[in-house]
Design a protein around this ligand. Sequence first.
Ligand code: HEM
Length: 552
Amino acid sequence: GGSVWTSLHMMQELLACAFAACAFTVALWIRYGYGGLLDLLLNHNYRPDGKKIESLRPVSFPFGSLLDMMNNPEKTRDRMIEIARRNGGMVVVWEAFSPVVYAFDLKHINLMWNTDFTLNKTDRSLLPSLRTKLLLGNSLFTLDVARWRHLHKIILRAGLGSRHLRGVFPAVCDGGDRIWMKIDKAVQRALSESKKNHVEALGLELNPGIELHPFCREFAISTITSVIFGDAIDEKQGLRLGELVDFFVRKGVNNPLYAIPGATYIPFGESRKVMQTIREIQAIGDVLIQQRSEREAREEVKRDAGDDADGPSRRVGDGPASTSIFDNLKAEAEKGNLSYDEVLDNVYGLMAAGFDTTANAISLSVTMLSLHPVVQMKVRKEIQAALGKGDGSCKDLTYDVVMSSTDLPYLNAVIKETLRMLPPAVKLPARILKRRTEVNGFSLQRGSEISTMQYQTSAMKEHWGGNAKHFYPERFLGEGGVSVECVKGGRFSSFGLGIRSCIGKNLAIMCVKVFLVNLLTRFEISMASHHSRRNWYETTHEFWNMRCVSYM
Ligand code: HEM
């Protein structure tokens, strides 16, 4: 019985593959026609119209570029830059199921940002992925222009706008504190093993035995769920949510299979796993929403009884106690400004967009600071001076210090420089042209997808000068190198470009800063000695060493 079942199962998988292959070809055929299809498959050139643009078919069809990029990011990056230079600043790369034209020249990127590719002339290309639609169907990511405008305003008002961010600062700190205690505990443990007290421990090298990147990820999830729901998520749930969102983003968005209408409903293989993942994310979201509603009800009872024991946020001077983004969106739904589905889809959208990006930004900043001790020392001094009056510890951190443009300029520059060199989103989600558009003599037909690659352009001397490949935060301060102007004109695009750029960027920077202030006021950090720099995205998984610089 078992073997019959296994063969049936295998046959099912084979049939599904055959079905998928046929449907994939037909889908391409319908989209590009017979000639276009042959051109795409046999020719190394993608010919949107008129001039040819060289494509990266040998490494990229159908997913090679991504894998290659992960295995050897620096080599692939340089190769792609080379091809772009030979090609009038354009490269075509096969993404999951369609060719995307990538612009490398600043003038083209400027066009994307400022003039030709504005909101009314482009769309995002997440829509074709049905799996994405299941989780993010009515979210900011996928909506049509008119609805997007409306929703964008509401989400800014709900807490993410620069004028509204003050209200979420306490939630970021509270979410962070819970995770931070882990490091403190690990350091206490290491101290008690070495039989040293805090004073004797100053300057002592310790290894907390905590892996950097998973720790940063927990921090990011905890702070961002605190902002979204008003309560930090419990540890186990947080870790699970991190894994699930990661799996969804990797498998649920990029798989070309999901371009084929029927494939969504194939009930086995990876398709089934992605489906389960979506259900589990939604189940955790439901629990958080339930907890939030219960807490709200309890607080209402307390308020009615005139009991104000919990009081407002313990962080004084930070404006009114915050409500969560979820509460604010729900209130808008009650006023009829959006549907309850839109509330949920956007909450999941913020989680999908915010966790890993922010976690990467944090662990890559820590990595860069470990590799550049002089920069680290300079940042620590700046932080201590900004916190000034108190004992110079992170307890004194306020919203005004974190977000002021003058108090921590060098820390700002360090974060920007990290995001420039190692952008967590290595490329922007493509825009789909709604009309034929000319770029540098290339005529791109309606429906073409176009985008930019942050990881590649950040290494180009045309964008950043001769020191493009070096970590040089000063470039954002205008001291030599490229001036502060470099944040304008499409060079710094790690949060995307134009009106459709990242809505969470201020929140993300706030989280990174809260983390770094906590870290640098307590410890000097360096890479553990066995660290080897094989791959940027791997280094952050290595252990790190810490030296206490203040009393805990
Ligand atoms: C360092 C961390 C982050 C990075 C590097 C990052 C990067 C990006 C990028 C590159 C885009 C695409 C922009 C474009 O197409 O032009 C984007 C969009 C988006 N991000 Fe972020 N992001 C980060 C953190 C966050 C956080 C914390 C949130 C929310 C909690 C968030 C929410 C979003 C949303 C909702 C969009 C879609 C915006 C729209 O379509 O209007 N991101 N982000």
